[in-house]
Ligand binder design. Structure first.
Ligand code: PLP
Length: 231
């Protein structure tokens, strides 16, 4: 992978984020780029770090731990399905700053317990399965309120927002209603008194639509790093 190619990709993504924000009458600074480095070498992370990218997303605990060891100064987010028996490893990493993928009550209790042991309050996002896709994780839209309500009693997690993964569709515009729905759920929950700030939605194929619909965090892998498995 040639560095000029990575620069071109990064500039392209930054430009498109800026344009999407402008189209939606939003501020560019209200949208964070999470660079999804899964399956990519640390040398690329190193390169992007020098270009000013500070936040990286990983979807497997082992891979996050391996990369973290080399780069404990960066900010790491966990974005994949998290097994309960691996929560304890993440909680020891101070710069693992956000879990996007809280997808069950049992996981919430485990994160709460392990965060307590490590004397921290763990920021998390509640993953919502907006499309009701059986192959996907996340709570259903109808259960978001009860979940947030019950989670108030978990003192060592802080649910800062909502996250969703849009389904694969033939035409990218088809995902818009999914993002719109999650944004509406967030607003409804704010009215009900929950302090939700973040909307983690949008990936390489659909991040512009997600930004137009209110995303505050886009998780971008292949459009930045190249296809996974091709280094
Ligand atoms: C892999 C992954 C991404 C990035 O996907 P790209 O299509 O490569 O941008 C974003 N979010 C989650 C949860 C992922 O697992």
């Amino acid at each position: 992978m040639i560095e000029s190619e990575l620069i071109t990709r990064l500039n392209n993504i930054r430009e498109r984020i800026k344009m999407a924000a402008k189209n939606a009458d939003r501020k560019e600074k209200d949208i964070s780029l999470i660079a999804v480095s899964k399956n990519h070498q640390l040398s690329k992370v190193d390169f992007f770090q020098r270009q000013g990218l500070q936040v990286y997303g990983e979807s497997r605990v082992q891979e996050l731990m391996d990369k973290y060891k080399q780069k404990p100064d960066l900010k790491w987010h966990f974005i994949g399905h998290l097994q309960r028996n691996k929560v304890k490893y993440l909680m020891r990493l101070n710069n693992c700053q956000l879990i996007h993928s809280l997808d069950s009550w049992r996981l919430a209790k485990e994160i709460n317990k392990r965060a307590h042991k490590n004397k921290r309050v763990m920021p998390v996002l509640l993953e919502v399965n907006v499309a009701g896709d059986e192959s996907k994780y996340g709570v259903s839209p109808e259960k978001v309120y009860d979940f947030l309500h019950d989670a108030v009693n978990l003192n060592n997690i802080e649910i800062q927002g909502l996250m969703t993964i849009a389904p694969h569709v033939a035409r990218v515009e088809e995902v818009r209603p999914i993002f719109k729905r999650l944004a509406v759920i967030k607003e409804e929950m704010i009215i009900k008194g929950f302090n939700l700030k973040e909307l983690s939605m949008g990936m390489s194929n659909d991040f512009e639509i997600a930004i137009e619909e209110g995303s505050t965090m886009v998780r971008i892998g292949s459009a930045l790093f190249g296809e996974r498995g091709v280094n």
